[in-house]
Design a protein around this ligand. Structure first.
Ligand SMILES: [Fe+2]
Length: 263
């Protein structure tokens, strides 16, 4: 490791409703997002950039995005979001065009953001046009270490029900492109509401707990976990190496319906 490093914070899957009384499986997702944001403001003073990897809203309502933006108003560092299966990509762009990007620079690193949401589907997909554009951006970034961020998992995480809703269309070509590029260091996503760390031919694979409800790792059927909400940090070194970790926030009265069989 050498040179300077840059701290990036990722948080994901807030599932914010349009109304303050919205609950997901008994959990006040507005409250847990506020708790996570407070922890980020307190403990991540070095953060230079925040990334929010989808399922910002519970249902794609404009009111939910407005509510999310209100919760973000004290955040002083640049941040970007990308859509998940519970979102409406065009609505996110309408309410906050400046927070949508396909390529963001952080030090020597280049972060590529993919929209894997498919209207009317829970699983994810990338069209050939999106993958052509991605290939072009990869070429532009060939002299830099690259991180790719998206909502859906491009590889299974080992939880059968949520792996049934992973990135489907275009996943093979995406993985081919990132392997062939040689400078992609990490793939990062949300959607699975649990921590996952792996590696694929030298490329780091990372999923991050939701700021709201957690799903049980390794579960066959749908299963809600009693783990706490959290976020992930990355220290991106200019030489292309990085360190990462997950932090969970202490919520004293975290209350979620663990017996739920779906959401
Ligand atoms: Fe989600």
């Amino acid at each position: 490791m050498s040179g300077s490093k840059h701290r990036l914070v990722q948080f994901t899957d807030p599932h914010i409703g349009g109304r303050p009384d919205y609950h997901l499986l008994g959990l006040d997702t507005g409250r847990t997002l506020a708790d996570v944001l407070r922890a980020i403001e307190r403990d991540e003073a070095a953060a230079e950039l925040l990334m929010v990897t989808g399922d910002i809203s519970a249902n794609g309502a404009e009111a939910a995005y407005e509510r999310f933006l209100r919760k973000m108003r004290d955040i002083t560092v640049p941040w970007y979001w990308l859509p998940g299966n519970h979102d409406r990509a065009e609505r996110m762009y309408e309410v906050a065009p400046a927070n949508t990007a396909e390529l963001v620079a952080l030090g020597n690193w280049r972060l590529l953001l993919l929209d894997t949401s498919v209207e009317g589907e829970i699983c994810g997909g990338l069209t050939s046009a999106q993958l052509d554009r991605f290939e072009e951006l990869l070429r532009e970034c060939r002299h830099h270490p690259v991180m790719v961020l998206m909502h859906h998992q491009p590889v299974p995480v080992g939880s059968k029900w949520i792996d049934g809703h992973m990135l489907k269309g275009g996943a093979g070509r995406l993985l081919q492109l990132v392997s062939a590029a040689g400078n992609v260091k990490a793939l990062v996503w949300g959607h699975v509401h649990q921590q996952f760390d792996g590696e694929l031919a030298g490329i780091g694979l990372h999923a991050t707990p939701s700021t709201s409800v957690q799903f049980t790792p390794g579960s066959g059927p749908f299963s809600v976990d009693d783990k706490l909400p959290g976020y992930r940090w990355f220290d991106l070194h200019d030489d292309g190496t990085y360190a990462t970790g997950v932090e969970r926030v202490p919520v004293s009265d975290y209350s979620v319906d663990l017996s739920s069989s779906g959401y």
